[in-house]
Design a protein around this ligand. Sequence first.
Ligand SMILES: [Zn+2]
Length: 254
Amino acid sequence: MTELDCIDCRVSHPWRGSVAVRVESLFAAALIALSLTIPAVAQAPPAPSARFVVVLDAAHGGNDAGGTLASQDGNSQPEKAYTLALSVRLRSLLAARGIYVVTTRESDATIDNDTRSATANHANARACLSLHASESGSGIHLFVSSLPPTEPTRLNPWKTAQAAWITRSLALAGMVNSALTHAGMTVTLGRTALPVIDSMTCPAVAVEVAPEITSGNAQPTDVADTGYQTRVAEALAAAIVEWRSDSRAEGTLP
Ligand SMILES: [Zn+2]
């Protein structure tokens, strides 16, 4: 995987120098059923929602394949396929626990960053997980936006709307970290520029799944390993369930 494989995001590469190649999508807005106008500001939701909504953002898709995930059996798959599969799996686990899930894509569609952010903001989400994968590194990498925290206001600049939610995003990352660690996974926490999350007005964390290195196994477990993916999804679902029961998930303002 080269530095440019995981395009349109910095999630996969912060430890290699933040290479970010922005690819403007040509077909984005038409592919989502919402008629969304991207505003210059992200308006804070007017009132708390009675429903606990979680947004799952399967990164990449359509024209943007993301990175390439090789496996030991010689097969490889694009990152966009893995993130969609993980999103579908996690959605069903959350739905089985009575959690309402909104996804940014349900198919191999090209969705631009602003549309993903707007989907989360319109959903009045209590949490958003943006899902990535990489064949580089090991374990699970969690990223929170590197925007400096600010006080919440009614109108937040679109490009930096996440700044008012940083504290709660860090709390959400801590909860996800606990669940993954409890499930026996190695977790790395980081902060970086996240174009999709930076415009979100909700607690949001980018989750990047990398091969699992376990003691006693000479070879790391591929990202695409079904059992590994299941364990990651179950741990993420456990984190969201815990987040729902946590007071920090209450309300819609940070
Ligand atoms: Zn990615």
